[in-house]
Design a protein. Structure first.
Length: 119
């Protein structure tokens, strides 16, 4: 009985290993010979410049989305009385504010960057 259990466990482990490897290869999450990840890739300069007219508009959309989320969380702080929940909401607002500041910096620097790299 024990031998059968051990064989079944080993077979299951091998099947999971090969199945996971096959899934990773199918989604492109493998590493290449130089150690680079095969997952999400950064767009090339040519790809970015091809969409240069959309850069500022997408950043502005992101800025308004973040502003709306911060406003909703600020409204929520008036309704919540639990101290733990208030602390979590405060942390989330701080995180979103950091992201909003970063987006504002990118909006300010975008025209100069586009002029320097996409000419």
């Amino acid at each position: 009985m024990q031998l059968t259990s051990k064989i079944a466990t080993a077979t299951l482990a091998i099947a999971i290993t090969f199945g996971g490897a096959a899934a990773a290869m199918a989604t492109g999450l493998t590493t290449t010979a130089d150690g680079a990840s095969g997952g999400r890739h950064r767009p090339t300069l040519e790809q970015i410049c091809a969409h240069q007219d959309q850069i500022v508009s997408r950043l502005t959309e992101r800025q308004s989305h973040l502003t709306d989320r911060i406003a909703r969380l600020n409204q929520l702080t008036t309704k919540v009385t639990n101290a733990d929940k208030l602390a979590k909401i405060g942390q989330r607002i701080t995180t979103l504010q950091t992201r909003l500041d970063r987006v504002a910096e990118r909006i300010a620097a975008a025209p100069e960057w586009i002029a320097a790299h996409c000419s």
